[in-house]
Design a protein around this ligand. Structure first.
Ligand code: KIV
Length: 292
């Protein structure tokens, strides 16, 4: 049965599962135990990035159960041309804002490039900072087998970890771009080893970025932790998009795997132009906006 036909077959009137990550009735913060339970139920769930309190509050009120304060903030929020320059200070500041703006979503803070590659102790120091200073409920870091030691120490220290394998954007300089990963037998076997390594190290979920759909489906069937796909086909347990791509805020081309659900760039630009025209034409402020 395809993804589309599964959705079509779901009766609209069926009562929502009160425990569902999306559409459930619980208003307390989502935890990693809720995420694990969703995999057991076979429930799919959405995740978005967020970089500020106000946008995060919109997604939280919309029921998105997991928000990632991704280092994609480099490209989408801070004006860098990749995620590489993003610092711990920037992630900590924006993670704290997203936590303050939300009540229910599990907030995952991304560990930026250079904040965990030295080893487990460095990873623990920086992850602890995100948990204590920003109040995140979990952290994310890139790498499979190569990051297993870091994941292991963080998890043993009480910090839930979301892993990230396949295309790991912090390695853009090594890749020379953003190529699809896991193509060919050897690369596919490495991806499977990476997936098992992060699960064995204790990760509660794993992002699969830009990998062939068939391989992502195999990883999803093999693991008992949920897979979160981005450019990884239909079979992952969850799907994540960068919010500015999803809502049509990003300028220029977006990756082929992105579906744009709005054209916020046009809406916001239109609002700015209307405001400007009113100011120039003397229509704003009007009498009702004035104090006497
Ligand atoms: O930083 C980010 O937004 C991410 C997602 C694309 C998974 O890592």
């Amino acid at each position: 049965m395809t993804h589309a036909s599964k959705a079509e077959n779901r009766p609209d009137s069926s009562p929502a599962n009160p425990k569902a990550l999306y559409g459930g009735t619980s208003s307390r913060r989502v935890t990693v135990r809720d995420i694990a339970a969703a995999k057991v139920r076979g429930e799919k769930w959405p995740m978005l990035t967020a970089y500020d309190a106000m946008t995060a509050s919109v997604f939280d009120e919309s029921g998105i159960p997991v928000l990632l304060v991704g280092d994609s903030m480099g490209n989408c929020h801070l004006g860098y041309d990749s995620t590489v320059p993003v610092t711990m200070d920037e992630i900590a500041l924006l993670s704290a804002a997203v936590v303050r703006g939300t009540k229910r979503a599990l907030i995952v803070g991304d560990l930026p490039f250079g904040s965990y590659q030295e080893g487990s102790v460095q990873a623990l120091r920086n992850a602890t900072r995100l948990v204590k200073e920003a109040g995140v409920g979990a952290v994310k870091l890139e790498g499979g087998e190569r990051s297993a030691d870091q994941i292991d120490l963080l998890v043993r220290s009480g910090i839930p970890v979301m892993a990230h394998i396949g295309l790991t954007p912090q390695s853009v300089n090594a890749y020379g771009g953003y190529p699809v990963q896991g193509r060919g037998e050897e690369a596919a076997q490495q991806l499977l080893r990476d997936a098992k390594a992060v699960q064995d190290a204790g990760a509660f979920a794993v992002v699969l970025e830009l990998v062939p759909a068939e391989l992502a489906a195999e990883v999803t069937r093999t693991l008992h932790i949920p897979t979160v796909g981005i450019g990884a086909g239909q079979e992952c347990d969850a799907q994540v998009l960068v919010w500015t791509d999803m809502a049509g805020m990003t300028a220029g081309r977006v990756p082929r795997f992105v579906k744009q659900y709005a054209n916020l760039r046009e809406v916001l630009g239109g609002a700015a132009k209307s405001f400007a025209a009113d100011v120039v034409g003397g229509l704003y402020p009007a009498e009702e906006h004035a104090f006497h």
